[in-house]
Design a protein around this ligand. Structure first.
Ligand SMILES: [Zn+2]
Length: 133
C-alpha cells in the first residue's frame, strides 16, 4: 500500500468544498483537508471515502451507502469513483469486487427462492412417502 494521501484540488469547480469535520473518518485518521460534500450532504476526504467504501466491499456489499447513522443514502459508483479520486488500481479492485459481491447476492437470492420452492413441493408430496422414510 502506498502511503501517499489523495487530496482534492481546490481548483476543481465540480466539487462542493466544506469547512467541516470529515464525516467518513470513522477511525479518526484525520486526513488533511480540503473536504468536500457528497450528494447526501456529508463531508468526506478522498482518503476517508476510499477507506469506508473499501470496508463495505470487504463486508461483501455491492453498493455504497453513506456511513453516517440515519443517512444510509446510496451513492452511485460514479460518484464514489470521482469523490474518492480512485486510482486505476483502486478502480480495478472496486469494480471487480463490486461485481463479485453483486453476483454472490444474486446467486444467494436465487438459491433461497429455489429452496423455498422445494420446501413447498415437498409439502405436496403424499404423506405415505414420508412414513416409509
Ligand atoms: Zn450521508
Amino acid at each position: 500500500m502506498s502511503t501517499m494521501q489523495k487530496r482534492y484540488s481546490l481548483f476543481d469547480r465540480t466539487l462542493r468544498f466544506v469547512d467541516r469535520e470529515d464525516e467518513m473518518d470513522f477511525l479518526c485518521e484525520e486526513f488533511a483537508p480540503p473536504r468536500a460534500e457528497m450528494s447526501c450532504g456529508h463531508a468526506v476526504t478522498p482518503m476517508s471515502l476510499t477507506n469506508w467504501c473499501r470496508r463495505l466491499l470487504e463486508e461483501g456489499k455491492s453498493k455504497f451507502v453513506c456511513g453516517q447513522p440515519n443517512c444510509n443514502k446510496e451513492w452511485p459508483y460514479v460518484e464514489v469513483r470521482k469523490m474518492a479520486l480512485l486510482t486505476p488500481e483502486e478502480r480495478e479492485y472496486f469494480e471487480s469486487t463490486m461485481a463479485q459481491n453483486a453476483a454472490r447476492d444474486y446467486f444467494n437470492s436465487k438459491t433461497v427462492s429455489i429452496s423455498l420452492k422445494m420446501k413447498y413441493f415437498s409439502l405436496l408430496k403424499p404423506v405415505s412417502s414420508n412414513i416409509v422414510l
